[in-house]
Ligand binder design. Sequence first.
Ligand code: HEM
Length: 533
Amino acid sequence: MGHKGDKTTDLAQETKEVSSKDRLTTDYGVKQTTADDWLKIVSKDSTGPMLLEDPFGRERIHRFDHERIPERVVHARGSGAFGKFRVYESAEDLTFAPVLTDTSRETPVFVRFSTVLGSRGSADTVRDVRGFATKFYTQEGNWDLVGNDIPVFFIQDAIKFPDVIHAGKPEPHNEVPQAQSAHNNFWDFQFNHTEATHMFMWAMSDRGIPRSYRMMQGFGVNTFTLINAKGERHFVKFTWTPELGVHSLVWDEALKLAGEDPDFHRKDLWEAVENGVYPKWKFGIQAIPEADEHKFDFDILDATKVWPEDLVPTRYIGEMELNRNPDEFFTQTEQIAFCTSHVVPGIGFSDDPLLQGRNFSYFDTQLSRLGINWQELPINRPVCPVMNFNRDGAMRHTITKGTVNYWPNRFDACPPASHQEGGYVEYAEKIAGIKARARSEKFKEHFNQAQLFWNSMSPIEKSHITNALSFELDHCEDPVVYGRMVQRLADIDLGLAQTVAEMVGGEAPTEAKRPNHGKRAKALSQFEFPPMK
Ligand code: HEM
């Protein structure tokens, strides 16, 4: 028979403080008399061979030999902090999830910020996308909102993820990230894969070199759904907006910092939290009623598109504060594991083909990074009870006392929960279609929002983008790559393409490749961030 689950309300329960009263022991608890000498054969006048017999010596080396686990396949370099989230305005018109409706609740969170392409020891201030992943430890289970600091993505369908990452990571033969050939590969991919155009414009903008993790927006990027108590469904996008505003480095600062202080962002976050200057973000939702799904000239399930705020305003309903540094980097920041598939009742997925693939990928990658029992690690455990008949596997921690480990059973132990009891019920979405490897027509338009983005920039922001593209393409040694990319830029703006051609080489285009579709929007620098409560 089952028992009550492994209830953990204190996330720090595994924390051990070392004090002068403690004595050095092995992992199996036996006190050690020395940490200095391996067991040896010693005579009066010589030191003899070391003995393999020494369990203390062997344990220390074994433990050391296995300290490293595989780094994340992407987003390997990161840092994080604990904090709290609360809503000050209920979103009950959109969802019945208490984390977004109960204004009296404080939900503990852990947020991990990261770069995407560099390895664990790489510099913080490189030009890259930044991860912004939040684990909400809600009373209904963990909700992982795994986002970035840029609201769109390079690809529309998850099947392309290995390609976009391989093109951006170092080349396989020499693993030199800044090699000219690696620039060739990245820009070769961007040219051949037109749906990345909007995203590379963001990455080449000042958004690609944030001043601080505390000064970044965060976006869920993918389209999720919220379901309210009446059973109505909305398509939604989630946004974090920092109290401190969005700020970036200039390229020269980023370069110098990468050399002088490669831990710049990590230190900045740590020191702010340590000194009580707690970073805060507002939490916003853009919502589109289910009936309006097809009313836009872009597909709202396409992760390479934003939902322009003049069409779908962001409603800010909550705030998050990060106020506690991790006690230990590895155990918490490194071993935290996010899954986009982890949502709580009242929150659901959409048919966004990027999100659907992500929902498979994250759980899968945790298996090789941490092992099948990764959810038992203190940092990953929910604060609500966990009880089920999943069992065994490497590093199993939970002990489930009882004589049955299946359902149904004669004791009626551990039955599934009804909707009224808080059970997760999938939205009864109507599906009709043919089975095919395809996307809807609207997914095929790849340039309008890249133009919209460019048009929304102030002159200084445009000059930064022009310089960034020139710097990047100048590092490509293959004329085919930079020559074609210069032509591609004429799909966005003729002046941009001509200036980059002048700085990099390649034939300068003489006319715009297409009419300008993006209407002028407010410059980012003029964007007013909503006041914090
Ligand atoms: C890791 C964001 C697309 C696979 C991450 C992390 C973030 C993130 C923030 C780091 C999590 C952490 O701090 O531990 C995003 C966003 C995407 C996206 C915003 C696009 C909307 C994808 C896609 C796939 C994918 C399409 C695969 C199909 C992974 C994997 C990891 C990862 C395997 C490593 C996870 C780990 O080891 O913990 N992603 N990602 N991502 N992402 Fe994504």
